[in-house]
Design a protein around this ligand. Structure first.
Ligand SMILES: Nc1nc2c(c(=O)[nH]1)N[C@H]1C(S)=C(S)[C@@H](COP(=O)(O)OP(=O)(O)OC[C@H]3O[C@@H](n4cnc5c(=O)[nH]c(N)nc54)[C@H](O)[C@@H]3O)O[C@H]1N2
Ligand SMILES: Nc1nc2c(c(=O)[nH]1)N[C@H]1C(S)=C(S)[C@@H](COP(=O)(O)OP(=O)(O)OC[C@H]3O[C@@H](n4cnc5c(=O)[nH]c(N)nc54)[C@H](O)[C@@H]3O)O[C@H]1N2
Ligand SMILES: [Mo]
Length: 768
């Protein structure tokens, strides 16, 4: 057996949370030399008088635990408050060609960016500049460019205040090119839910967890990516509420949990069983699985009618509130069980078991993540969740509803205040009335379109409000050379990443404050706001001293760029807004009064305030005025390869996160729950596939995309790990595998890259 010396694979036998989690937090505090600031900061994390965790978007309770953070939230805090610095001396020691050889982990490990820098092509280095010079030169450059050739990307962390200013800046400049990270993430939700129930966001709040009597979980890895939700799940389980999970992998956080903040749990061998049914659905098999559940429900309902029992369907709700049920039911009945079993990878018995529990429950929530949205049929997956909920009237009553788990901590909020490429989604008239400029009519570019534009040369400039665009997008090895032909690349960032290392003709790196840091403007500490995954809006403030005197707040950087770029004479007083953020909030309230009226007082309430969500009140803002059953057109996860003739050596690859990363930020090489340490260059496969394809466990292989063979997309060598994953499926880490995902391989309608199902082939090293 070939074993790569770096890799250590040992199945993890403990629950999620517990000592493993406490240990992991101590390690990162130590490594980041963050003991001076982090412990004090952690006490304020997600507290009404503190700061919003910079990790996930999960809801922050009004009455938080003494320590309202999780292992990964603590890592994110330590990562931001590190005492290490990437300063001008660092940059003078390294050329960009040198730094491009470094792995993502090493780049961000250098610490926080401290000074505004400008790329100097003569020396291939960043050199220090002043803010004034940077604003002046960027502004001058932007003035010479065609507004629709410039892209204003936002990553999802910036506050509501910054996001609102940023979209105004882009639109006043003359473009709707406002792609964001949700274009790679929950856009399938925004498109799917809008069509089905008339809102682009989920309908549940934290309180629903107190009333629910059944939860479904599709394709979300709660233990790593939204661990604070484990508290709600644990409480729900204490009431004996069933949790039914659909995931190709047996994720530890969905199996067992020990609350690391409970001394009794830490000192006893007790852990809470999370999922009561665990269905290892095939990658991309969810729609088929849900069709199976729907079919079983219809069959149970038929049976009840024959027996004179209670109806299983909520016929009254269906009649009063929905449209399209007949066609949907007809189509579900027409699917044969054999076909459903083949497509979902699950047995009829398993799907009937899920349906029976569903049928017995009165208040059901369905929770999901990237396992549903990042597919060719990501929108249909989301709409199928809604179909199931509608069948039993599970939207718009306590304890029930749809719960997409958003990613970045303010990604939902940035959309609410206008970050979108679609001008129809912003109140253009109000903007014109108050700020005196016309919102451009032309549809802007989403993320995939922006990438196309970079490839074709239509896009000439890029401004990044956070994020690591070039690493997060698909088809990275095709995108990188095209990127270097850009005229302008401006990155507003906290840490060095690969996007900073591929310079355009004019490139700047502008270091900003993180949200944990105290933001002083005009001599006053400022507060800021975010919206979480449950539509709840909170006020926060940073509490750590900034890492250096030259950092500027994101608001102030956006204002600086706007002032240097826009013609004088329009009616936004950027400077006054920066001096006092309550003025930005007043402006937000003027443009979005239904959501943000009286924001200043409401944002300070413990737990914040909820935006109105019509569907949660059974008001349907759809075209028909009713909630829509939308029938999926196919049960195939991917039509790129005709499923009936899939060659036997093609596997469906999902790219996913480890427990030791935040997106492209790699905290370390330890995916504790999956038992991997020392490397991320592994591919998880079923033992039968390994044997069938003639490989060995531990062998190092190249992974090649199996569609569009005229373009070579390949990564590796990666080491094969035998893993509990359905046959025909494989898994490997994001972002290492992003160059395997063709740009066109995205969800229809939402354009979310289908990062969870890429047809691939493996080959032995030296044999391709
Ligand atoms: N610590 C930490 N927290 C994070 C992040 C992070 O990187 N680190 N990222 C943040 C962001 S931006 C986001 S969007 C979220 C992402 O959080 P998640 O939505 O959990 O995203 P992933 O880790 O990519 O994988 C999701 C899960 O989908 C499963 N899956 C894959 N394919 C399928 C499928 O076809 N069907 C089903 N049912 N399941 C499938 C995988 O096994 C995995 O468990 O987390 C946010 N929070
Ligand atoms: N193959 C594959 N690709 C994927 C995914 C996948 O599952 N598989 N997931 C997709 C998803 S869900 C998402 S959301 C995207 C993520 O895409 P992005 O949001 O673009 O990427 P991040 O890795 O979150 O960005 C990290 C960088 O943000 C900067 N940063 C951190 N904090 C701050 C801050 O407070 N302010 C500013 N200005 N900058 C900051 C730091 O410089 C850091 O290097 O990736 C997508 N890409
Ligand atoms: Mo995300």
């Amino acid at each position: 057996m070939l074993i790569h010396p770096k890799v250590h694979f040992k199945p993890y036998t403990h629950a999620s949370g517990g000592w493993g989690s406490a240990n992991s937090v101590m390690k990162i505090l130590w490594r980041e030399q963050a003991f001076a600031k982090a412990p004090k900061a952690l006490l304020k994390q997600n507290k009404p008088d503190g700061f919003a965790c910079v990790s996930c978007a999960w809801a922050k309770p009004g009455h938080p635990h003494a320590l309202e953070f999780c292992e990964n939230g603590a890592k994110a805090t330590a990562w931001e408050l590190t005492s290490k610095k990437t300063d001008p001396a660092f940059f003078s020691n390294h050329t960009l060609s040198d730094l491009r050889q470094w792995p993502d982990y090493d780049l961000e490990q250098q610490g926080r960016l401290t000074h505004p820098m400008r790329y100097d092509s003569a020396t291939d280095r960043y050199r220090e500049t002043t803010w004034e010079e940077a604003y002046r030169d960027i502004g001058a450059k932007l003035k010479t460019m065609e507004p629709d050739s410039v892209v204003f990307y936002a990553s999802g962390r910036a506050s509501l205040e910054t996001s609102f200013m940023y979209q105004l800046f882009a639109r006043a400049y003359g473009t709707n090119n406002l792609p964001d990270s949700s274009n790679m993430c929950h856009e399938s939700t925004s498109v799917g839910l809008q069509e089905s129930i008339g809102v682009p966001v989920g309908t549940v709040t934290l309180d629903d967890f107190n009333h629910t009597d059944c939860l479904f979980f599709f394709g979300q890895n709660v233990g790593s990516n939204a661990p604070r939700m484990l508290h709600q799940l644990q409480d729900v389980r204490k009431r004996n509420v069933p949790i039914i999970t659909f995931n190709p992998l047996r994720e530890r956080g969905l199996e067992r949990f020990v609350n690391p903040q409970s001394p009794t749990e830490m000192l006893t061998p007790e852990s809470t069983v999370i999922s009561t049914q665990y269905h290892q659905v095939a990658i991309g098999g969810d729609t088929a699985a849900m069709i199976g559940i729907a079919k079983a429900l219809l069959e149970l309902d038929d049976q009840a009618q024959r027996d004179g029992g209670n109806a299983i369907l909520d016929n009254d709700f269906i009649a009063r509130h929905t449209e399209g049920f007949e066609a949907f039911a007809l189509s579900v009945r027409a699917h044969h069980w054999q076909h459903i079993e083949r497509k979902s990878g699950l047995t009829r018995g398993a799907l009937e078991a899920a349906a029976t529990t569903y049928a017995r429950s009165q208040r059901v929530m369905m929770i999901y993540g990237m396992g549903l949205t990042q597919h060719r049929h990501g929108v249909e997956n989301v709409q199928m969740v809604v179909n199931l909920l509608l069948m039993r009237g599970n939207i718009g009553k306590p304890g029930a509803g749809v719960c997409p788990v958003r990613g970045h901590s303010n990604v939902q909020g940035q959309r609410t205040v206008g970050i979108t490429e679609d001008p129809k989604k912003v109140p253009a008239e109000l903007i014109e009335q108050h700020f005196g400029f016309k919102v451009p009519q032309q549809l802007g570019l989403c993320t995939v379109d922006a990438c196309e534009g970079i490839l074709t040369g239509q896009v000439r400039g890029f401004i990044g409000l956070g994020g690591n665009f070039l690493r997060a997008i698909p088809d990275t090895s095709r995108m990188e050379p095209a990127w270097e032909t850009l005229e302008l690349n401006v990155q507003i960032s906290t840490k060095l990443n690969r996007t900073h290392l591929l310079p355009a003709k004019n490139t700047w790196l502008l270091p900003c404050l993180g949200r944990i840091e105290i933001d002083r403007q005009n001599g006053k500490e400022q507060t800021y706001t975010t919206e979480d995954s449950t539509g709840c809006i909170h006020g926060w403030r940073g509490n750590a001293e900034p890492v250096g005197p030259h950092l500027r707040a994101e608001t102030s950087i956006v204002a600086g760029l706007a002032l240097a770029t826009l013609p004088s004479g329009h009616s936004i007083d950027w400077q006054a807004w920066c001096d006092d953020y309550s003025r930005i909030r007043t402006a937000i309230g003027t443009i979005y009064p239904a959501i943000f009226h009286d924001m200043e007082s409401r944002m300070a309430e413990p737990g914040g305030f909820h935006r109105p969500i019509a569907a949660a009140k059974r008001e349907w803002s759809t075209k028909s005025g009713k909630a829509q059953f939308i029938t999926p057109v196919t049960l195939n996860e991917d039509d790129d390869i005709t499923p009936e003739v899939v060659p036997r050596d093609v596997l469906q690859l999902m790219t996913l996160r480890s427990n030791d990363q935040f997106n492209t930020t790699i905290y370390g090489y330890e995916d504790r729950f999956r038992g991997i340490s020392g490397t991320r260059e592994v591919v998880f496969m079923h033992l039968n596939d390994i044997v069938r394809l003639g490989f060995e466990v531990g062998e190092r292989v190249l992974i090649t995309t199996a569609v569009e063979s005229e373009v070579k997309r390949q990564v590796g060598p990666f080491e094969i790990v035998a893993y509990d994953i359905p046959e025909g499926c494989a898994a490997a880490y994001y972002p290492e595998c992003n160059s395997l995902v063709p740009l066109w391989h995205h969800a229809e309608r939402s354009k979310v890259p289908a990062a969870k199902s890429v047809p691939v082939k493996l080959s032995s090293v030296g044999n391709n």
